[in-house]
Each structure stands twice: as structure tokens, then as C-alpha cells.
Write a protein that binds this ligand. Sequence first.
Ligand code: NAD
Length: 539
Amino acid sequence: MTDITADRQTSRRNPAAPGAARTVASAVPAALVARLAKGVTATGEPDWVHTTAPLTGDPLARLPRSTPADVELAYELARRAQQTWAALPVGRRAAVLLRFHDLLLARRDEALDLVQAETGKSRLHAFEEVLAAALAARHYGRKASSYLRDRRRSGALPVLTHTVESRRPKGVIGQISPWNYPLELSVSDALPAFVAGNAVVTKPDTQTALTALWARELLVEAGLPADLWQLVIGDGPVIGPAVVDRADYVSFTGSTRTGREVAQKAAARLVGASLELGGKNPMLVLADADLDKAAEGAVRACFSSAGQLCISIERLYVHRSVADDFLARFAARTSAMRLGGGLAYGADMGSLVSVQQLETVTRHVEEAVKAGATVLAGGQARPELGPLFFEPTILDGVTPEMEICAQETFGPVVSVYRFDTEDEAVAAANSTAYGLNSSVWTTDHRRGRAVAARLRTGTVNINEAYAAAYGSIASPMGGMGDSGLGRRHGGEGILRFTEAQTVSTQRLLPIGPSFGMDDEKFAALFTTGLKAMKALRFK
Ligand code: NAD
């Protein structure tokens, strides 16, 4: 086992962090919480919910709980606002996203404080959320007009049929999001929904609702009509179904178990849903990989946001010929990571978010070790740093009967395995029911892409952990198998919030017998016409 450095010390990469002494209470004062709480759609005498700061265990926020009747009100208000919003030209709607982009970057420290206070992650990991949200705002702000524009399509009869495919907003989107990326996951699905002409009713996880409320406030400042984005708060099994029951489309991010329930409810109402779910993501280190880069990449891959990242790596497959060398480098880097809870840059990893998360991580590690796995780095909780800290942990010798082998841990723990052939590595990588993200390390890019084509995951990162594909915002992102349905980002990420409508105008001649032509003559004429269209290579 190793001694993971605490934040009292400094590291080579992160010298002493100024401002590390700021407390959660001073960064998120009661007045800010009270102001943000006004953004919750909750009427009547408030029934308060309370959250605590993971870094310290101290009380953080008191927020009014919404009732199912409040969810109904939220939809009513959103529906009314959506009519006016949808009538605006796309360019006017897109301008709001671009203004939001600038405001977000200018006020990023406010966002970082809130994300750190609510999740316990390090500031650098919180910054990834700002980055991802800004990318989504810029991309959809600039590209929405092109994604949404009317498109001429070939008609039933050349020249005589004029056909246009248009995109209409779905109406009101029901959005349900988890606690792990509260800024990114409340904004980057909502932005394409808004620019496509929709309203949104969001149920964030209560633990991270302040960040979502802050993002809403900022978007309103950027010009979004206030009623267009409603936020409701409450227990998932109570308020979640109320959100799904009224939505014209559901955008869900969370666990596979809840995702199945949401999908069934949406299916019963015949409304669509996109589901961004869990993963047990593999990383492959091929024999020709640059081992220093791969070891550095593995640290990012496994321990960003303390592994509470859906696209985080939890299974690491290394070619036997380089395994010892690679593992020595990876374990050394992992053991040198600085854990810390300050509201400033400097720590390499922060805390877990909740007691439940700490229990799952501890159980997975303890069970595996008891059954024979070896700890190459980490392996322990670190209560002296804060109530929910757990060391970044590498396990060797994990076997299929251990829970950690194929179940998502959603924490800073990775299991390592050795392989002899590429076929073996690909088969092992594809061996779980999940299919979200994977990472391949090789100096031969062509070989990397060939391996990628055989991996059953929605994203594959070659020589990067997850950020290359996730940050490629023009390209779709999502899961295969139990990791989800549908995609965010790119064209699919916005068109899912629209209905396609085909409008065809028939000119001069109808598509049926006319001018006294009998049925048989019409059929013969059309048969000749079809043959001619094929011969002329009509599509
Ligand atoms: P979760 O499914 O428990 O909760 C997610 C959201 O659903 C929360 O807001 C919760 O209150 C709500 N909810 C709970 N029960 C509900 C119900 N019956 N009906 C409707 N909504 C309900 O997930 P979690 O533990 O909060 O989040 C972690 C999971 O999310 C992990 O599995 C992780 O991999 C996944 N995740 C996936 C992505 C992705 O993009 N694929 C991103 C982040 C997290």
C-alpha cells in the first residue's frame, strides 16, 4: 500500500495554492443560497430539503421541495413560454447561447465554487464542467441554424412534387440529471433543446441543485425568458416520474437501473427518450504504447472527479510484455497524487460526494482484497482529510466472481489485467453489458483505429482518456448496450429535441389517374416512369 500525499504539502506540478483557505461557508454564503432557492418551482408553505458539503460534512443549503402539483405548474408555465420562444428566429435563440458562453467564462469562479461545494471534486475537475458547458454553448450557438434549417428533398414526382423537410420543436423537454457533473449535465442537454425552440423542466439531483439553479440564473441573464426553464426539486422516485409523465420528450442521465424505469414510463406514453447511463469502461495499453504518456493518461482516465465520471476507466488491460513497466509508472504517479479539499486549484483529486458512494467504493475494494486481489496503490479511506475522501486505488488480480469485476464502482478504483493478443484484449474489453467509453494507447494510430472499430462503446479515445471524444462536441456521444439510448452532442444531440415534418406541394398533375385516364393506363404509365427514374439514377 502507498502513502497518498495530502494537500498540506505541495507537488511539482501544483505549487502552494493561494486561496486554499477559503471555506465552503464563505464561498457559498446563506444569502446566495436563499437567492438561488427562489428559482425552484415550489409553491405553498415550503417543505425544506437540506444538503451538506461533501468536503467537510457541514450544512450547505436549504431548498424548497417541489410537489407533483408544482411539477404540473412548471409544465404549464413552460408550455406557455415555449409558444412565444418557438416563434423567434433561430438566430435570436442562438444569440442567447453565445451570450451565456461569455458570461460563463467571465463568472467561472462562481461556478467552480458551487460545483466544488456541492460535489467535493477538485477545482481542476470542476473546471472540466465549465469547459464542456462552454463548448456546448458555442457549438449549438454557432451551428443551430444549420442543424435546424429546412431541407429540400426529392419529391414523389420530379419537378411536379416540391418537398421540404422541416424541424419542429418537441415542446417541453423533461430533463433528469445526476449529481456528478452538475453544471455540465444541467446545461449541455438543455442548450440544444432551447435553441431548437423547446422549453425545459429539469429535475436535478437535490445534492447539486444549487449549481443547476445558478446556471439557470445565468442563462436568464443571457436573455432566456425566465419561465422557459423550470427547475423542480425532490426525491427521485416521487418527482422523477411526475417529470416523465408530462414531458414531450425525456432527456435522462443517471444509472442504468433508473434509466430502464424512465424508458418504460416514456414508452407507455409513446414519447421519446434519450438515456445516458452507466459504464464499466476499459482502457487498452498495447505493446507499442508510449508508457509514460499512457501512465499519465491512466491517472486522468481513472481518477478525474474521483472516478465519479460515467466515462471514467475502471478496467485496465495491459499487454503482458509491458505490464510490469507500465504498472510501476502508473502506481508511482497514482501514489504521488495530492488529495485535497481547498476551494482553489492545486489538488489532484478531491472527495467523494456522499456516504453512499464511500460505502460502495469501500465495499468493492474490501471484498476484492478479501477474495485475493492485491492493492498496487491506495486502497484506503482518508477521514483525516474529510469525511468522504478515498485514495485513488489500483487493484491487481481481480477475478470474475468479484463484484468489482463487471459492476460499475463509480469511484477512484481501477482493476488491471494482462493480455497476450489483441483479440483477447478486445474480447475482454467487450465482455460487460455496458458500452459507454473506451481508451486505446498505441504509437500506431492506424492500429488504434482498427482496434477502435472492434470495440462496442459509443466513444473510443486513442491516446487520451475520455476528453478527446467528449470534447469533440460536433460528434455524437453516448452509450451502446446497457450504457444508454440515443446520443448527446453533434447533430443527433439537437435533432432529438425536434420532430421532423415533411411538407410536400403537388403541382400541375395529381398522383393518381387524371384527365379521364383509366386505372390500368395510369399503372402502366407509372411503371414506365419508375423504370425511367431508376435508369436516370434518381435517388
Ligand atoms: P440515479 O439513477 O440514482 O439518479 C439520477 C437521477 O434520477 C437523479 O436526479 C435522481 O433523483 C433521479 N431518479 C431517481 N429515481 C428516479 C425514478 N424512479 N424516476 C425518475 N427519476 C429518478 O443515478 P446517480 O447514482 O445519481 O448517478 C450516477 C449514475 O449516473 C452512474 O451510473 C453514472 O454512470 C451515470 N451517469 C451517466 C452519464 C452519461 O452521460 N452516460 C453521465 C453521468 C452519470
